[in-house]
Design a protein around this ligand. Structure first.
Ligand code: LMR
Length: 397
C-alpha cells in the first residue's frame, strides 16, 4: 500500500524560493534584495581573500579525509569560543564554556532544539516576526512555541511585549533572542533594554537561547556579541547558536557552532556529552572544510587581521548603503513611511509593509524583498539608490 499518497506538494521556501523567481525574471532592471547573502558593489558574493588563503594552505597541508569527530575539527572549539564570548573566554573552554561545531547556524539551532528535548523545557518564546525557520525548528522536536510582538506599531523594539511573554512562561522554559542584527527587522534592544530582559529572565528562571548569525555586521565583531556575553556572565546556563556563514562568507560550507555556557564545570561536561550524543544521531559529524578554514584563519595572526579587515569592509559598506537609501528617500520626500531604516542594523532592514506591497513592487519594479518587506541591504547598489527609492515610493499608492 503506498504510504506517500496523502502528502501534498508544499510551496517553495519563503526565502530560498525567491532565488529561483529572481533568476527567472528577464528584466535587466531587477534588484535582488532577498536571501541574506552579502553582495559586493558588483552584486557578487566573492570568496574572502583570507578564506582563499586558508583554502590554499589546506590544499597543501590536509593529509587525510578520515572522519574528524562529532564535536568538530580539532581546534575549532578553542578558536570559536573567544570570537563569540571575548578573548577572556579563551582560557575558560572546558571549564565555563564549550562549543560543538555544527552544519551552519541552522544546524546549531537544530541541535539546540534536539538537546532541549532532554531537558525540562516545554515552551520556547519567540518574538515575531523572526527568521521563518525558527518556529519549525523547535516545533518539529515537539516543543511548544509561544510568540510575542518584536516591534511596536511605530517600528520600535517592543520591550513590554517580550517582558510580558517571559512572565507568562513557566520557570524552566526558554526564550529565543537574536544577539544582534535582528532578522528580519534590523531592530535590536538597546543596552538598557537588554538589562531589563536579563532581569526578567533571571526573575522567572527561564533559559535564554541566542541566535547569533550576523556577528560583525552591526556595530563590530566584539560589540555585536555584547548581549550574549552579558547573559553568559550573569546566568548559570545559556545556549547559543553561532554562524560562520555570513562573517566568513562560507555559506555553502555549512559552518557554525552550538555554544554552551554553564557556571558548573561538571554540568558543562555533562551537557557537552549530551549534545554530542544528539549530534551523533543527527549528522554524526559536521562537514570539516569550513571548520578547518575558520580554525586556520583564527590561529594565524596575519590571516585573522586580514579577515577582520574584510569583515569590517562588508559592515561599513552595508552601513553606508543604508544611509544612502535614507538620503535618497528624503530627496523625494518619501522618508517618513520608511524612517525606521535610519536606526536599523545589520544585513537586514524591514520596511514593515504588507505582503501585497512586496508583491506589487516585485511585479511593477522587479524589486525582490522577503516577507513583509525585508531588504538585504548589501544587495543595494550605490548607483541605483535613487531608482530603488522611487520604486519604494511608487509602491505606496
Ligand atoms: C536569510 O535569512 O536569508 C538567511 O539566513 C538564509 C536562510 O537560510 O534563510
Amino acid at each position: 500500500m503506498p504510504v506517500f499518497d496523502h502528502l501534498a506538494q508544499l510551496p517553495d521556501d519563503p526565502i530560498l524560493g525567491l532565488v529561483a523567481l529572481y533568476a527567472n525574471d528577464t528584466r535587466a532592471s531587477k534588484m535582488d534584495l532577498g536571501v541574506g547573502i552579502y553582495k559586493d558593489p558588483q552584486g557578487r558574493t566573492p570568496v574572502l581573500k583570507s578564506v582563499k588563503a586558508a583554502e590554499a594552505w589546506l590544499l597543501e597541508n590536509e593529509s587525510s579525509k578520515a572522519y574528524v569527530s562529532t564535536a568538530g575539527v580539532p581546534g575549532f572549539e578553542n578558536a570559536i569560543v573567544p570570537i563569540a564570548l571575548g578573548a577572556s573566554a579563551a582560557s575558560l573552554v572546558g571549564e565555563r564554556y564549550a562549543a560543538i561545531q555544527t552544519p551552519g547556524g541552522t544546524g546549531g539551532l537544530r541541535l539546540m532544539a534536539e538537546f532541549l528535548t532532554r531537558t525540562a523545557v516545554k515552551t520556547v518564546l519567540v518574538g515575531v516576526p523572526t527568521w521563518p525557520i525558527h518556529q519549525p525548528i523547535f516545533e518539529r522536536v515537539g516543543l511548544n512555541v509561544s510568540t510575542c510582538a518584536h516591534l511596536r506599531e511605530d517600528g520600535t523594539f517592543n520591550l513590554e511585549a517580550l517582558l510580558a511573554g517571559i512572565s507568562e512562561l513557566n520557570t524552566g522554559d526558554a526564550v529565543l533572542l537574536h544577539a544582534c542584527c535582528h532578522n528580519p527587522t534590523g531592530i535590536d534592544p538597546t543596552r538598557e533594554q537588554w538589562h531589563a530582559i536579563l532581569d526578567a529572565v533571571k526573575a522567572k528562571g527561564v533559559l535564554p537561547l541566542f541566535d547569533m548569525a550576523y556577528q560583525g555586521f552591526g556595530d563590530g565583531l566584539d560589540e555585536d556579541a555584547w548581549s550574549l556575553r552579558l547573559f553568559c556572565d550573569a546566568l548559570p546556563e545559556v545556549l547559543a547558536s553561532v554562524s560562520c556563514s555570513k562573517n566568513f562568507g562560507i555559506y555553502r560550507e555549512r559552518t557554525g557552532a552550538l555554544l554552551i555556557s554553564s557556571d558548573s564545570t561538571k554540568t558543562l561536561a555533562a551537557v557537552r556529552s549530551q549534545v554530542i550524543d544528539s549530534a551523533r544521531s543527527l549528522w554524526s559529524m559536521p562537514p570539516s572544510h569550513g571548520g578547518q578554514i575558520v580554525t586556520h584563519i583564527l590561529g594565524d595572526g596575519a590571516l585573522k587581521a586580514s579577515w577582520l579587515a574584510e569583515l569590517n569592509e562588508m559592515c561599513e559598506r552595508i552601513n553606508s548603503l543604508r544611509n544612502g537609501l535614507c538620503d535618497a528617500l528624503k530627496a523625494i520626500d518619501a522618508f517618513e513611511p520608511f524612517q525606521s531604516l535610519a536606526v536599523q542594523k545589520g544585513m537586514f532592514s524591514s520596511l514593515g509593509m504588507t505582503p501585497e506591497y512586496v508583491l506589487r513592487i516585485r511585479e511593477t519594479s522587479g524589486v525582490y524583498l522577503v516577507g513583509s518587506g525585508r531588504i538585504n541591504v548589501s544587495g543595494l547598489s550605490a548607483d541605483r539608490l535613487d531608482e530603488l527609492a522611487a520604486a519604494l515610493k511608487a509602491g505606496l499608492v
